[in-house]
Design a protein around this ligand. Sequence first.
Ligand SMILES: [Zn+2]
Length: 215
Amino acid sequence: MSLPPRLIEGYESFRTGRLPAEQSRYRELAEHGQSPEIMVIGCCDSRVSPEVIFDARPGELFVVRNVANLVPPYSPDGEYHGVSAALEFAVGALRVKHIVVLGHAHCGGVRAFAEDHAPLSPGDFIGKWMSLIAPAAEKLGPRGDMSPSDYLVRLEQASIANTLDNLSTFPRLRHLIERGHVILHGAYFGVATGELSMLDPQSGRFVPAVARLPA
Ligand SMILES: [Zn+2]
């Protein structure tokens, strides 16, 4: 059974294009190991690839992706915790200096939480996972007369802030943040526009990460 043709084509393109250009970098990374300074926590959504958005080279970003870019609070309960394990490795072994929570517009996971009458999928896991958004929704308050699309943007962004709060519940990470060794960032990608905004900790608002391109 061969791989899907799209993957074979893509790999051929990588093998003849990017690989020769970066061969020495790959060899060096293989020999000396990776030492990325930036961890990105992003959504599984196929439109929001951190390596594409940040034009990253191999070895630059340590990425963990899950539905709706969430991090559960610190909970050493003997269960399986994929995100916490990745975080532990990034902070304890790689000693990353920055952790970026990258949310995005039109997030199906956030919408599933907001419109709980229309679950993202039937099954055993999504509902429980999406309940991690509940504290963000509570802080945001009732929808009021906000349009559904405005509310979803607000909830997507509030959830990023809540995920940053959850990161601070990990004792070792909190210690490093307090000492200035690790900096947390919230970022939000507009899928249609391609615009990236970042959470301004002072105002709590998302502001353009770079000056807008001229129209
Ligand atoms: Zn998403």
